[in-house]
Design a protein around this ligand. Structure first.
Ligand SMILES: [Zn+2]
Length: 423
């Protein structure tokens, strides 16, 4: 059913700072897209099937722009290290297990089930270097009904022998083989190029990937300026570049070959941010991960002010929770610490902005996604706050704020992706 009406308290962003609220309103879905929000049901839609959500809140579905499905099994474990030690101790040994398709099926199955139960309707996902296991994840994501980009990771240096790909050529060949198997195979699942980060990719490999990106017209996801040790390492590896961002740019991996996502950007200065904006690269804010592995506090206010496209990421398993409600709360809280401790000219995020980042901000990577304005693909989550009893009558905005801070998967009543109900 892709033509229907949702009735309830409808909340969404048109701009980062303004929340549109229509109490007891009607949200029209035609052919999987919004035809708008109305206070009274227009005559021309009266024949459409109506889903009465009663006193519940209807929000746009949320986009997780950065998550490692292959790290889901060890989320909330080993949180006492910084990035580079954490990768060697936790991430790489776990990722090596995906050599075994049986393990991949089991571990990715748990990830997929839990993502399906969350407020996330779209995601950009890292798998591992293993082509077969990545395809298993893509099969599972497709069956879930969510809309996702999934990437086979590339790493041909500075990784343990058991995980490192043999050479740049071997990594590029494995990538092409995986692409030939998966391009066009799915309706809702697409491949995305995924060089892990500069320390784990030789110049030769990055050059090959830039060529593959042009040949297959693919988007690309990676990591940028997450941790100071990592940034110093990139400076050594790429003495030709003034910054980490420029190092990608010189290798044609920063938005010149296709739509691009860079996770973290915690330490991106004004110049690096200007480059992201110029290349229309999405910066992904992953506040929980940045706190867990002590990377720092990203300058999100600056991203918004300067017009860098920005969304939120759970970054499981640097982040311990896949919940984007939690990511919104963390983003607000982290911005307050940055404001108080780092730069008092950069005001903290408000609720509206956090919702914008989780919906329209990140959703824009997928096109017209993350709002209920006419023409937007209809991704929606219907939330029920009955569980969060309160002695007084609250406004819809107050109820939304409590759901963001206190809600979880138990409070989702219905979920739609591009007009399809996810069950
Ligand atoms: Zn990551």
């Amino acid at each position: 059913m892709q033509n229907f009406v949702l009735k309830g308290h409808i909340c969404y962003n048109q701009t980062p700072t303004e929340l549109a609220v229509q109490e007891d309103g009607y949200l029209i879905c035609e052919n999987g897209r919004s035809s708008g929000v109305f206070p009274v049901l227009p005559e021309r839609y009266q024949n459409l099937p109506l889903v009465d959500c009663g006193d519940r809140l209807i929000l746009p579905g949320m986009t997780d722009l950065h998550v490692h499905a292959s790290q889901y099994a060890f989320r909330a474990l080993g949180m006492d290290m910084e990035l580079l030690d954490w990768l060697n101790t936790n991430a790489f040994p776990e990722e090596a297990k995906f050599q075994d398709p049986e393990y991949a099926r089991k571990a990715y199955g748990i990830f997929t089930e839990n993502l399906k139960k969350s407020t996330t309707t779209r995601a950009c996902i890292f798998a591992t270097v293993h082509g077969e296991a990545t395809e298993i994840l893509m099969d599972q994501m497709e069956a879930s009904g969510l809309i996702t980009y999934v990437g086979k990771v590339n790493m041909d240096r500075n990784a343990p022998d058991y995980l490192r790909e043999e050479s740049a050529e071997a990594s590029a060949q494995a990538t092409v083989k995986w692409l030939e198997r998966t391009i066009g195979k799915y309706e809702h699942t697409r491949p995305i190029l995924t060089p892990r980060f500069i320390p784990s990719c030789t110049d030769e490999l990055m050059e090959a990937l830039a060529g593959i990106q042009k040949q297959y017209h693919l988007p690309l996801q990676s990591h940028l300026s997450e941790n100071q040790g990592e940034i110093a390492w990139v400076r050594e590896l790429c003495p030709d570049a003034d910054s980490y961002g420029e190092a990608y740019d010189r290798r044609e991996l920063l938005g010149t070959g296709g739509p691009t996502i860079m996770a973290h950007c915690v330490w991106s200065d004004e110049k690096e941010r200007a480059l992201l904006k110029k290349r229309n690269v999405f910066a992904v804010h992953c506040p929980q991960s940045n706190m867990n592995i002590a990377s720092g506090i990203a300058p999100v206010r600056a991203f918004l002010k300067e017009g860098v496209p920005t969304g939120l990421g759970s970054d499981v398993a640097g982040g311990s929770s896949e919940s984007l409600l939690r990511a919104m709360t963390d983003a607000i809280q982290a911005s307050k610490l940055r404001w108080r401790l780092v730069d008092e000219s950069q005001k903290p995020l408000i609720l509206e902005e956090a919702l914008y980042l989780a919906t329209k901000g990140g959703g824009s990577f997928f096109g017209k996604v993350g709002s209920f304005e006419p023409g937007y693909e209809l991704d929606a989550v219907v939330l029920d706050d009955m569980r969060l009893a309160h002695p007084q009558t609250l406004t819809v905005k107050q109820r939304l704020e409590r759901l963001v801070y206190l809600g979880d998967d138990r409070d989702i009543w219905k979920k739609y992706v591009a007009g399809r109900e996810i069950r």
